[in-house]
Ligand binder design. Sequence first.
Ligand code: ZN
Length: 180
Amino acid sequence: MSLLKVARMGHPVLRTRARAIDRGELRHASMQKLIDDMIDTMHEYHGVGLAAPQIHEPLRIFIAAIAPENEDPLSPDDDPMVFVNPVITPAGPEIVEDWEGCLSIPDIRGRVPRARAIRVTAMDRAGGKIDIVSHDFPARVIQHETDHLDGVLFLDRMRTFETLSYLEEYARYWSKDRGD
Ligand SMILES: [Zn+2]
């Protein structure tokens, strides 16, 4: 396994619509290695999610350190979930705004409105079916990562840029807003 270079905002791969992967391609050793390398890379940079375009591969695949039924992120020792060809639909009308960051936009935070509940269908890394309803934090991560597959960054989703903050200023002026 190896660490992959993370594309930063400005690289065209982050603005490209990624292509779907079929089951046969997913089974291929090179694709499974790519997923393992994405997991290592996400852990190295302390991310909660990582989409393939972020490591310069325009494929419809992302990983997320979430348990979809649970609001808390997984501990780093747990295997992240792998979503291939995800399709998300809102599961209710409620929109909630909360802080997001992105490994491709380092040291920046901003408040982003997202659907509170979503249904997501996808394949897992073995080609099995994922069909879940997710709420709150995991739903936010899934929406952020699925956006990456369509060339969309969280900045594009912000209502205004008033909360856009460097990490240091976020910690100083905003983080108590969240109850951390
Ligand atoms: Zn991101």
